[in-house]
Structures are given as structure tokens and as C-alpha cells.
Design a protein. Structure first.
Length: 308
């Protein structure tokens, strides 16, 4: 009987470990959880801010809804405001991308803005519902919103893209070139080991050279990252990822975070994470804060493209 009880508890532990390694369940955003993140967040920026920065968190989705959207917004707001270097605004309206509105901000954060699967164009998903416009007018307006964003970054605006934010205009070659790639697919959630390309780089020092393990959707990307015209920060090893689809690149090093210049502007992309539990980590919170400083132009670092 005693042996049976031991076996039973071994099964419970194994099953619990298996489930946690596959997928983390949603939980409600609460003041208590936000307070936990606030306590872990850096109290000041890595480098002095040249001025207070206005940043916009854009959290609209029209396609797949990441349950972590409100949590991610709370994390960015907490990290930014606790540092005292940022004033944070938020929106779920595409009118935020009118040129005159974008001009108010030093950086725009795209928070898991998954679009519908047909066109993979979030602007179109909203504008197509405007029955007062002809289809030609709808398409023209859609293209103008995208151009506004491209022009904003080209002329010096910062763009900070998190996880599913890369799918906002996923079929747009221009958007993909600006961001550094486009989303292809992800296998099932599983334990992912994230490694730093260069532990001494100013944007990865937060991890102190220690690999970061968490449960995530391991993202794979299209277009060979547009010739890897970015400076990589974090990567995972494809050999360690299960349930990849056939035809996935045989390159074992798969970058999951990078920075790049686009015109006069700066872009930061980070695939981690699908689950807000990943941000219960001081290194990740510091990483986000440093990334915000980079796209706003305060943190100067090597952003030379891997390939020219």
C-alpha cells in the first residue's frame, strides 16, 4: 500500500511537470500580480534619459487573441513608469496611426496585434467595415495607414514589437523588411531555452550570461529574416524544439530577438513571450526597459546588421 501511494504521487508530479512544460494556463490580471512585477522591475534606466519620452502601447487585435495582451501592457507600463523616464499612453484604435498622432510619440509598442488570416493586415480588418467607403477607398486608406507607420520609423520614430505584434501586417513585404522578418508558424508551447548571442552587449547584459528557460510558443519566421539585416540579441536552438513542421530551416541557430536601424529610426523585436509568467524575471524586465531606451535613442549600442 505504501509503495502504491509513492507511485501515485510520482505520477501526479510527473503529470504536473508535463503540463507546465507544455502550456501555462491563463490567469486574471490583478493588482497583486502587477505589484509583484513592480517590485521586480528596475528602479532606474541603464543610461540617463536625455528627456522624458512619450511612448504609445498599441494593443488592438483582430485575429487570434493572446490572453496575455493586458498583462503585457501592464508590464510595459510598469517598467516604463517606474524608471521615471517615460510617459505611457495606450490605444486600441487605428486612428493612432494617423501621421499627426504618431508624431506625438518617441516610440510605438506593438503588443500582440494579430490580424485576421485572410489578408494579415490589421488596418484592413478595421477599415473594410466602413461601409461609407468604396473598396478602392478602403484599400487606399489601408495603404496610407501602413505608409504612415513606415514613414514614422524612417524619420526617426522608435518601433518596439512584442511576440505576435510581428503579424500585424504579416503579408506586407515593406513592414516585414522594417521589422526584420515575418511570422511563419510556431509548434506547441514547450520549454524553450533562450540564449544570448553576446552576453556583453548592452541589451543582453540583463541576463548576466545565464540562459533563460521558460514556456513559450517557439516562433519561426519567413523570408530568411530578410537576409538577417538586423543585429541579433537572443536565440534558441532548433534541434531542441519539438513538433516542427516539415521544411523548417535546418539552421540550428534561430534568432528570437534583434534590433535594427530603419532609416533614422530604431526597431526592437522580441518573440518571448506568449505567457506573462516569463516576465516574472528580473532579467526580462531589465531587457524590456533597455530595449525601450534603445528605440528612443537614449541607449546607444552596436546594431550593425549580421549580414549587409
Amino acid at each position: 500500500m505504501k509503495g502504491t501511494n509513492v507511485y501515485f504521487w510520482m505520477l501526479i508530479v510527473f503529470y504536473g511537470s508535463f503540463c507546465s512544460a507544455q502550456e501555462l494556463g491563463p490567469f486574471e490580471l490583478t493588482d497583486a500580480w502587477t505589484a509583484k512585477i513592480t517590485a521586480m522591475a528596475p528602479s532606474k534606466t541603464t543610461v540617463p534619459a536625455t528627456q522624458n519620452r512619450n511612448i504609445l502601447i498599441f494593443s488592438l487585435h483582430t485575429g487570434y487573441e493572446h490572453w496575455t495582451i493586458p498583462h503585457t501592457e501592464a508590464i510595459i507600463r510598469t517598467v516604463a513608469e517606474k524608471s521615471g523616464a517615460f510617459k505611457v499612453f495606450s490605444s486600441k484604435k487605428i486612428t493612432a496611426f494617423k501621421a499627426e498622432n504618431l508624431a506625438k510619440f518617441d516610440a510605438v509598442i506593438l503588443n500582440n496585434n494579430c490580424s485576421e488570416r485572410d489578408k494579415r493586415d490589421l488596418f484592413w480588418d478595421i477599415i473594410k467595415k466602413d461601409s461609407s467607403l468604396t473598396e478602392t477607398q478602403q484599400l487606399k486608406k489601408t495603404q496610407q495607414f501602413q505608409q504612415n507607420l513606415l514613414d514614422y520609423v524612417t524619420t526617426g520614430g522608435g518601433l518596439f514589437v512584442l511576440h505576435g505584434g510581428i503579424t500585424m501586417l504579416n503579408k506586407s513585404e515593406a513592414f516585414g523588411k522594417m521589422v526584420g522578418g515575418s511570422f511563419d508558424y510556431h509548434p506547441v508551447q514547450q520549454k524553450v531555452t533562450v540564449k544570448t548571442v553576446d552576453a556583453e552587449h548592452p541589451l543582453t547584459k540583463a541576463f548576466k550570461g545565464i540562459d533563460f528557460e521558460h514556456v513559450d510558443e517557439p516562433y519561426f519566421f519567413n523570408n530568411a529574416y530578410f537576409n538577417t539585416d538586423f543585429h541579433p540579441l537572443l536565440y534558441m536552438e532548433a534541434d531542441a524544439i519539438t513538433e516542427k513542421k516539415e521544411g523548417t530551416s535546418t539552421d540550428n541557430i534561430c534568432y528570437v530577438s534583434w534590433v535594427k536601424r530603419y532609416g533614422q529610426g530604431r526597431v526592437f523585436y522580441a518573440s518571448p513571450s506568449h505567457n506573462p509568467q516569463s516576465y516574472e524575471h528580473e532579467g526580462m524586465l531589465q531587457f524590456l526597459l533597455d530595449g525601450l531606451q534603445y528605440v528612443c535613442g537614449d541607449l546607444v549600442c552596436d546594431d550593425t546588421p549580421l549580414k549587409n
